[in-house]
Design a protein around this ligand. Structure first.
Ligand SMILES: Cc1cc2nc3c(=O)[nH]c(=O)nc-3n(C[C@H](O)[C@H](O)[C@H](O)COP(=O)(O)OP(=O)(O)OC[C@H]3O[C@@H](n4cnc5c(N)ncnc54)[C@H](O)[C@@H]3O)c2cc1C
Length: 397
C-alpha cells in the first residue's frame, strides 16, 4: 500500500510510523515541521500506553507529580498524582514523533497540501510547490479545520469550537500542575510546567467569554498565585480547540473508501478537558492495526468502543461537570484520600466519565469520615495552610 498522510502532528506522525513499520510506502506532508503548536503539551499516562517509547525517551519534559486545583470560589486542593503527567513543548514532542516516522522509512515532505482529488484508484494531491503525488490511501491528520476533513468530512456534524488563549511564561518552571475553574465558564485555566517555561492557558466555548475577559482572568490569577514578577516575560498565543458536538455520531464517519481521518481531524478531542494528544495517537494506532488486518471498518468500531461512547457521554453531560456546585464539592472532596485517587486517575486518563458518578458515590461514606477527621484536625491545630505554590526561577540565559 502507498499512503499519503496530510499533517505531521502526533496523529499523522504516529500513523506514518506505524504504517511504514507495517511495510506501507508512506509520504508524510507537514506544512510547519518544528513549530510550537499552541497547546498545554500535557500527555496523560493513558497516552503513554499507546506510545511506550515516551516513558524512555530523552526528549526533555517535566513529570508533574502533583496537581493544585482551585474551585470557582477559590477552594484549594492538592492532589498527589499516582501517575505523573508528562508535559512537553510541542515542537519537541512533534519532533520526536516525526523522527520516529522517518526512522521507519516514512518520507517527510515539509510542504502544505493545497488540493486533493480522487483518481480512478486512489488519490492525487498537490503541494504548495505545485508538485503532485498519488497514493492508494489518504490519511487526514491535518486538524479540525484542515483541508482533508473539509473535503471528505462534509457529512460529519460540525464540531464545537473552544477558544484557547495562553502565555508561555519564560524564566520559570514548576513541579506541579495548576487547574482553576470559574463560575459561568465551561472551561478552565491550566498551568503546565515545561523544562524551560510554564505553559499557561485558559479555554472556554466561543461566544461564552471574550478573548479580553479570558486574558484578564488569566493575568489576575497568575499574579495572585505567584506574584506580579511572573508576568514579566510572556509570549502569548490564541487558538481554536475543536470538540465533538453533543449527539455526535461517535466517530463512525472517520473512514470512507480509501481514506480515513485521525486525531483532531476526526474530532477526537475530550469535550471537557479539551485534551487530544492521546486520542491522536490512539486513533493512529487503531487505524494502522485495522489496515494491517485488511479490515478498515475495525477502526471506527474500536474507536467507538474504547473512546467514542465515552466522549459522547462527556459531550452530553458537560454542563453537569462545570456546574459551580459540583466543582465546589468536587474540589473540597479532592482533599480526601478516596476522592484524591479518583482525581489522580482522571488526570492520568484512567477514570472514564461514564463510571465516575458510580465510583464517587461508592466512596461517599468513607469521604464523610475523612472530611470529619480533617475538620477535627483543623479545630485542634488551627487552619492548616497548603504548601505555597511551586515556582522555580530559571537562571537567565
Ligand atoms: C490551547 C490548546 C491547549 C491544548 N492543550 C492540550 C494538552 O495539554 N494536552 C492534550 O492532550 N491536548 C491538548 N490540546 C489539544 C491538542 O493540541 C490536539 O488535540 C493535538 O495536537 C491533536 O493532534 P493532531 O496530530 O490530530 O493535530 P495537530 O497537532 O493539530 O497536527 C496537525 C498538523 O497538520 C499540519 N497541517 C495542517 N494542514 C496541512 C496541510 N494542508 N498540509 C500539510 N500539513 C498540514 C499542521 O501544520 C499540524 O502540524 C490543546 C489544544 C489547544 C489549542
Amino acid at each position: 500500500m502507498k499512503a499519503i498522510i496530510v499533517g505531521g502532528g502526533p496523529a499523522g506522525a504516529r500513523a506514518g510510523e506505524l504504517l511504514a513499520n507495517q511495510g506501507a510506502r508512506v509520504i508524510l506532508y507537514e506544512a510547519r515541521a518544528g513549530w510550537e503548536k499552541p497547546c498545554g503539551g500535557g500527555v496523560p499516562e493513558r497516552g503513554v500506553d499507546f506510545c511506550p517509547f515516551l516513558a524512555e525517551s530523552r526528549t526533555p519534559h517535566v513529570l508533574a507529580r502533583r496537581a493544585r486545583i482551585f474551585s470557582p470560589r477559590g477552594r484549594e486542593a492538592l492532589v498527589d498524582l499516582a501517575e505523573p503527567l508528562r508535559i512537553y513543548s510541542r515542537s519537541r514532542l512533534n519532533g520526536l514523533f516525526l523522527e520516529r516516522a522517518r526512522a521507519q522509512g516514512a518520507e517527510l515532505r515539509g510542504r502544505r497540501i493545497v488540493s486533493l482529488s480522487r483518481r480512478e484508484r486512489g488519490w492525487k494531491v498537490v503541494d504548495s510547490a505545485g508538485r503532485e503525488e498519488t497514493a492508494d490511501f489518504l490519511v487526514g491528520a491535518d486538524g479540525a479545520s484542515g483541508l482533508v476533513r473539509g473535503r471528505l468530512g462534509a457529512h460529519l456534524p460540525p464540531l464545537r469550537q473552544t477558544l484557547g488563549i495562553g502565555y508561555y511564561v519564560d524564566g520559570f518552571t514548576s513541579a506541579e500542575v495548576v487547574l482553576k475553574f470559574f463560575r459561568g465558564l465551561d472551561g478552565y485555566l491550566w498551568v503546565f510546567p515545561r523544562p524551560d517555561h510554564l505553559a499557561v492557558g485558559i479555554c472556554g466555548p466561543t461566544g461564552q467569554a471574550s478573548r479580553t475577559a479570558l486574558a484578564q482572568e488569566m493575568s489576575r490569577f497568575l499574579a495572585d498565585l505567584y506574584g506580579n514578577g511572573v508576568l514579566r516575560r510572556l509570549r502569548s498565543y490564541g487558538a481554536r480547540i475543536p470538540s465533538p458536538p453533543a449527539e455526535a455520531e461517535r466517530g463512525s464517519g472517520c473512514i470512507g473508501q480509501g481514506w480515513a481521518l485521525v486525531g483532531d481531524a476526526a474530532g477526537f478531542v475530550d469535550p471537557l478537558t479539551r485534551e487530544g494528544i492521546h486520542y491522536a495517537v490512539a486513533s493512529a494506532t487503531f487505524l494502522s492495526e485495522a489496515l494491517a488486518r485488511g479490515e478498515p471498518a475495525a477502526y471506527p468500531a474500536r474507536w467507538i468502543s474504547e473512546f467514542g461512547l465515552e466522549l459522547d457521554w462527556a459531550s452530553r453531560h458537560k454542563a453537569l461537570f462545570f456546574a459551580p456546585r459540583f466543582m465546589e464539592a468536587f474540589t473540597s472532596l479532592s482533599r480526601c484520600p478516596p476522592i484524591s485517587s479518583i482525581v489522580s486517575d482522571l488526570i492520568a486518563g484512567r477514570q472514564d466519565y461514564r463510571s465516575l458518578r458510580r465510583r464517587l458515590a461508592s466512596h461517599l461514606p468513607r469521604v464523610g469520615g475523612a472530611l470529619g477527621l480533617l475538620l477535627l484536625k483543623r479545630l485542634v491545630a488551627g487552619r492548616t495552610a497548603s504548601p505555597p505554590p511551586s515556582l522555580v526561577p530559571l537562571p537567565a540565559e
